[in-house]
Design a protein around this ligand. Structure first.
Ligand SMILES: Nc1nc2c(c(=O)[nH]1)N[C@H]1C(S)=C(S)[C@@H](COP(=O)(O)O)O[C@H]1N2
Ligand SMILES: [Mo]
Length: 361
């Protein structure tokens, strides 16, 4: 396997490059106050588009199911819509979320904490389609190809990711054609995308055109790129499921430029959401000024793959304060206070910190 050319990292305090500014304008993040909604309203879900949004004609769109299969398929959108439909809320997060908080800063889309969103996705399960195609027992992976093409790290490519047969045939893996009850927007993968609940977003291939059964692990560019490498020469570990994370709605009112908060002294409700791709969330804790972690109250779960609401109260005393929150899942995973650096800045789930000035009433 060829090692992907690693992007540079910038010295502490170094500025955002014009190219990164361009990326952040194409790929916007979520608004933290949107954590008040169970399902993220249209246009508020984050976006990550590596290349261009392809020109898509729903009537002409086909998904080819080929490679090591007994009967190759060519599915139209009408074929997909005629199949059993499943709707479920799923929280998605970009694997690079939090990247811009690492020191030195890996050069790429400079996300803070907000590359997230939760949508009600509708689609048809992939497993029965693979069954119909008759996937050969020698198959080890399915490769998913998007209609978008571009150059990354000097390599011209279609956007492609793979999954093992076991992961691809999980019954919650969908070919999704609706988001929040409407056809997918062009930027979210119209007319159809793969949806892999619990995994970081890179695996949910948008503008899906092909599903290919292969006998070897797929080593395409986007497989080699999404690995956690602390050292540029190490093979690294693949990025898969979302690590636990809790985020809060920053209380009070923001400063336009710094986003720092201003609140009146007294009792405040703190609200947020938490999720993990590994196991259900079992706890969220809040800490003020680096003090002890105190448990928040969890809301009811909304399916296995959507974030869960949490709330607590904060008795705000005049002065400068820092609020932090952290989530723990049923597998015992939690969030670090300081993130260990890695080359592309992946799966950073360090705790969120919110600076607040409390004024006398
Ligand atoms: N075809 C294709 N699929 C893609 C991408 C892409 O650039 N092309 N980006 C991936 C990444 S890195 C993420 S985080 C999610 C983002 O999905 P969204 O833009 O719908 O939020 O899509 C994934 N699927
Ligand atoms: Mo991503």
């Amino acid at each position: 396997m060829s090692t992907t050319e690693l992007p540079p990292a910038l010295a502490p305090g170094a500025e955002i490059l014009p190219e990164e500014l361009g990326l952040t304008q194409r790929n916007h993040s979520f608004h933290l106050e949107g954590l008040r909604y169970d399902v993220t309203p249209p246009g508020m879900h984050y976006l990550l588009i590596h290349f261009d949004i392809p020109d898509a004609d729903e009537a002409a769109w086909r998904i080819a199911v080929d490679g090591l299969v007994r009967s190759p398929l060519e599915l139209s959108m009408a074929d997909l819509r005629a199949r059993p439909a499943v709707t479920m809320p799923v929280t998605m997060e970009c694997a690079g979320n939090g990247r811009a908080r690492l020191t030195p800063r890996p050069v790429s889309q400079p996300w803070l904490d907000e590359a997230i969103g939760t949508a009600e996705w509708t689609g048809t399960p992939l497993a029965p389609i693979l069954d119909e195609a008759g996937v050969d027992p020698d198959t080890v992976e399915l490769v998913f190809t998007g209609a978008d093409r571009g150059i990354q790290g000097g390599v011209e490519q279609d956007y492609e990711r793979s999954l093992t047969v076991t992961e691809a045939t999980r019954d919650d893996v969908l070919l999704a054609y609706e988001m929040n009850g409407r056809p997918l927007a062009p930027q979210h993968g119209f007319p159809v995308r793969l949806l892999v609940p619990g995994w970081y977003g890179m695996t949910s291939v948008k503008w899906l055109t092909r599903v290919t059964a292969v006998a070897e692990p797929f080593d395409g560019y986007q497989m080699d790129a999404y690995r956690v490498r602390h050292d540029p020469d190490e093979a690294g570990v693949p990025v898969t499921r979302m690590h636990p994370r809790a985020l809060m709605i920053p209380p009070g009112i923001p400063d336009f430029f710094t986003r720092e908060r201003l609140v009146d002294a007294g009792s405040h409700r703190l609200l947020g959401r938490a999720w993990s791709g590994w196991a259900p969330i079992v706890g969220v804790e809040v800490s003020v000024d680096g003090g002890e972690w105190t448990p928040a109250e969890l809301g009811a779960p909304n399916g296995r793959y959507a974030w869960v609401a949490w709330r607590t109260r904060w008795e705000a005393e005049p002065g400068e304060h820092e609020l932090a929150c952290r989530a723990t899942d049923a597998a015992g995973n939690t969030q670090p206070e300081d993130q260990r650096w890695n080359h592309h800045g992946f799966q950073n789930n360090a705790v969120q910190r919110v600076r607040v000035t409390v004024r006398e009433r």
